[in-house]
Design a protein around this ligand. Structure first.
Ligand SMILES: *[C@@H]1O[C@H](CO)[C@@H](O)[C@H](O)[C@H]1NC(C)=O
Ligand SMILES: *[C@@H]1O[C@H](CO)[C@@H](O)[C@H](O)[C@H]1NC(C)=O
Ligand SMILES: [Cu+2]
Length: 238
């Protein structure tokens, strides 16, 4: 839920923070990696996850915070073989209308200088609505609410290198008021792949779609639509 912050007592603000969520750990090629579990700067040990300041949603696809929930750096990275699995884990999640989208970005060099700029982001996985109605529970985020994880496969043919992986949930429970929740981790893809996405598979973040895109600005209770298309490019499978 998003409320206006004006007039709300502190206890309610705390409840509001508790009602959202963020990726708090990962399982990558079978190894568990902690993420941030408190708000940064937290007393967390070094992680593979780019630190994020709070559970609050980003309200615009054009806000730079939408990239990695404001996170810009992390001390560690995790190896993953092309074709391997990445599981993101949320310690809490409360919304069940909206898509899950998993993106990657190839860093031009070191993680420390990798800022996510340019039209280089691509999707490796997504799930929007699998069956109507829009107001129902047949959504990627409903799976996350129930299971508190999302697992994706790194495309088998993807060329090795330093990548960011970005897990994005869009909460669509408020009419025409989308909420974006995205966190990033640093992964080192290994293997002998030589493929890279190009053209229509690539997007910039922020701004991977217009805010007015029907996959972003939608009234999931009022709309009579029986279909939903995830915003942004198609998934690249290699
Ligand atoms: C996610 O992480 C939390 C906190 O570390 C843990 O309690 C929970 O079991 C994990 N859930 C999954 C689905 O791995
Ligand atoms: C991001 O990194 C690229 C390449 O390292 C650099 O050219 C660019 O100026 C940086 N952009 C920002 C906004 O920091
Ligand atoms: Cu929320």
């Amino acid at each position: 839920m998003l409320f206006s912050n004006v007039f709300l007592p502190t206890a309610l603000l705390a409840a509001q923070a508790a009602a959202h969520g963020a990726v708090t750990s990962y399982v990558i090629d079978g190894t568990r990696y902690p993420g941030y579990t408190g708000f940064s700067p937290a007393q967390s040990p070094p992680t593979i996850q780019r630190q994020w300041p709070d559970y609050n949603p980003t309200m615009s696809v054009n806000d730079r915070k939408v990239m990695c929930n404001g996170g810009t750096s992390a001390a560690l990275s995790a190896p993953v073989a092309a074709g391997g699995k990445i599981r993101a884990n949320w310690s809490q999640w409360t919304h069940e209308q909206g898509p899950v989208m998993v993106w990657m970005y190839k860093c031009p060099g070191d993680f420390s200088s990798c800022n996510g700029s340019g039209k280089k982001w691509f999707k490796i996985d997504q799930q929007g609505m699998t069956a109507p109605p829009l107001s129902g529970r047949n959504w990627g985020t409903a799976f996350v609410l129930k299971n508190l994880y999302w697992e994706s496969t790194v495309p088998q043919s993807l060329e090795p290198g330093n990548y960011l992986v970005r897990h994005e949930l869009i909460a669509l429970h408020q009419a025409n008021t989308p909420q974006f929740y995205a966190e990033c981790a640093q992964i080192k893809v290994t293997g002998s792949g030589s493929a890279a996405p190009s053209g229509n598979y690539l997007a910039t973040i922020p701004g991977y779609a217009p805010q007015s895109d029907p996959g972003i600005t939608v009234d999931t209770y009022g709309s009579k639509s029986t279909t939903y298309r995830c915003p942004g490019p198609d998934v690249w499978t290699g």
